[in-house]
Design a binder for this molecule. Structure first.
Ligand SMILES: [Zn+2]
Length: 263
């Protein structure tokens, strides 16, 4: 069974200079599905064009919490997201959420953008890719109040608390493991992942960010996903192959619009 990189940014440098090579190196590692995640409305044409060019690349559309300062107001944003989601390779909304660690955009702007994404997700019945940092309570509160128990999605690049893990699991969300899991000082996070059931796990690179060991410090790329999967397999006491098939099945369950023609 092949792996899917459930979160990467193929439109970012340096991958953008050589997307065919990036994908070829990932294929060599049996990674045969990619979700390239949008971070700003201006990037929608680029991410959808990449998805259109490769059979096994899918895209999301959305506004990263950092970029919400200058984005559209709620209603316009909602309408645009719904309209763009009709693209056949667009399989989710994000990345959206809240980031109070950096606060590159005011909290209120982040919240209104997040709400627009949740509403669009309900209208289109598509999953959300959620980025949350130092904003756990507000994130869960908005998923509950705006999502009304129907929103589904993934906590991407999970590095939160056991409280956030449990809340997300209760809401039916998936938890995605990134290269952080391989870092020497990540014992606390590895402990938290012990409590995530196999049927709710996804794996991702978040490339070009957060390269796993032994590539830490270099630009990340989807081919490096295997390092995170090896670490996670060790942690969960399952074989590498079982974890590949489980996480790929999970990806296809959550992102049901994806038609994996790449087997
Ligand atoms: Zn990302």
């Amino acid at each position: 069974m092949f792996l899917v990189d459930s979160h990467c940014h193929l439109d970012y440098d340096p991958m953008a200079f050589d997307i065919p090579g990036t994908i070829r190196r990932a294929h060599d590692q049996n990674i045969k599905g990619f979700l390239t995640v949008c971070t700003d409305l201006a990037k929608i044409p680029a991410v959808t064009a990449i998805a259109d060019s490769y059979e096994d690349v899918f895209a999301t559309i959305g506004v990263h919490p950092h970029a919400t300062q200058n984005t559209l107001a709620d209603q316009e944003l909602y309408s645009l997201l719904v309209k763009e989601a009709s693209h056949p390779k667009v399989i989710g909304f994000g990345e959206t959420g809240l980031d109070y660690y950096y606060t590159h955009s005011p909290h209120e702007r982040q919240k209104s953008s997040f709400k627009a994404h949740i509403k669009a997700a309900l209208t289109c019945d598509l999953p959300l890719i959620i980025h949350t940092r130092d904003a756990e309570e507000d994130t869960i509160d908005l998923i509950k109040t705006v999502g009304k128990g129907k929103a589904r999605g993934v906590m991407h690049c999970f590095s939160g608390s056991s409280w956030l893990r449990d809340q997300a699991l209760d809401l039916g969300f998936y938890i995605s493991a990134s290269g952080i899991l391989t870092f020497k000082k990540a014992d606390g996070l590895r402990e938290i992942f012990q409590g995530v059931p196999l049927e709710r796990l996804l794996v991702e690179t978040d490339a070009p960010f957060l390269s796993p060991e032994p590539y830490r410090g270099k630009p990340n790329e989807p081919a490096f996903l295997v390092e995170t999967v090896k670490k996670l397999a060790e942690l969960k006491k399952v074989s590498f192959d079982d974890l590949c098939s489980k996480t790929t099945q999970n990806f296809l369950t959550l992102f049901s619009k994806a038609r994996m023609s790449c087997v």
